[in-house]
Structures are given as C-alpha cells and as structure tokens.
Design a protein around this ligand. Sequence first.
Ligand code: MD3
Ligand code: FE
Length: 217
Amino acid sequence: MTLDLFDALEPTEQRQEQLASGAFVLRAFALPCVPQLLPALALIVHASPFRHLVTPGGFRMSVAMTCCGALGWTSDRRGYRYSAIDPDNGRHWPPMPPSFLQLAQSAAAKAGYDNFMPEACLINRYAPGTRLTLHQDKDELDYEAPIVSVSLGVPAMFLFGGHERSDKAARVPLFHGDVVVWGGPDRLRFHGILPLKEAEHPLLGRQRINLTFRKVA
Ligand code: MD3
Ligand code: FE
C-alpha cells in the first residue's frame, strides 16, 4: 500500500487550468457525473469486454481497451482503424450512453469548443505499472475537433509533449474526475501516461479508467 499524501488530495473543487492555447484541464469537472458514468460503463464492458490490442508491429499493448459509440478503434496486423463493429464479438459497439455524451459536450463547450459531436469513445484501463508511451492521435480525419478525456480512479501522471517526439514533455497529474480538452493547435501534440502507481481508489479499486471522446469522420 503506497497511497501517499499527494495522491490522497483528489481535488473536489472545479477549476480550469490552461496547458496551452487550445488545451485545458477542467479539474473535478466529471465528479458530479460519476454516479451516472460508472453503471453505464459496467453495461458497456459487459457487452464489449476490455481487451489488449496488438499493435501492427505485433506487440500486445499493456493498456486494456474497449469502446462505445457508432465507431470504435481497433488494431490488428493490418494496422489501426475505426470500425462500427467490435471484432471480438462481430456486433456493433455499445451505443454511447447519454451521460457520456452530455459530459463530453459540456466539457468541450466549457473549453470553448461548441457543437462537439463525437462518434467514438475509447475506454482505456490501466492496471498498476501500465503506461502509454509518447504518441500522437492521428487516425481521425477532423483535426479541428477537440478530443475530450475523462480520468477516473487511481491518479496518473500525464505527459504533455510538443509537436516533435523529442520535445520536452510537461508532467501534469490527472485525478479522478478531471477532464482534459484539447484541440486546434494542440490536437497533434505528443502525449503519454507514466507507469500507473500501485494505489487503491475507493470507487474503482486498483485501476485507472480513461474515456476519450473523438470526432472521427
Ligand atoms: C493529447 N489516452 O487513448 S488522454 C489515447 O489517459 C490516450 O488514457 C491517454 O492518449 C489516457 O490515445 C491520454 C489525455 C490527453 C490530455 C491532453 C492531451 C491527451 C492529449 C494534449 C495533447 C494531446
Ligand atoms: Fe492519445
């Protein structure tokens, strides 16, 4: 058990931090929605369970993922793609719950991005030790639309990089209930997540869940 004092201070007061001209952290913005989000998430995971994608290069990703919405993100030896069908069960991805969509749209509007209409919500699950190496999200067609990210469970250290992989990345802690919105000039920044600490969250246990909402088409 290594829940240090820093981790225990999960902010519950809403406030906005600007990371760059088009990137904002909305602290605790999702907290009031958590009672709606968690049961909806359980239904999604029942229909389309978490799985470890294999990269086109053949590596099993340590982050487990699933999706909801009209389109989901998958990968296989042929590459990454958005697809209407969950390849694990041959059925459509579970629909995006109204509570998910409403949260994503209100967060986008709060950060200055009106009329956000995401078709996809990618759901990432981090166990202790799981990390996401620096990458860009480039498989969407519309780079003007923002991406909205919702952090739930164990806090994580987010790496906010530049437009080159070698640019020095800022470290931004993300706590349960925090929402990050980034678009426009910051949409293609490199970003990642440091290895998740061993810790226990009162509602979600020893894991972090991240929802990312994307306009794909
Ligand atoms: C990107 N997920 O699914 S989202 C991903 O927490 C992904 O699971 C991470 O990267 C996760 O592709 C990070 C949060 C985020 C926040 C700010 C950004 C991504 C960002 C700013 C610029 C670019
Ligand atoms: Fe990403």
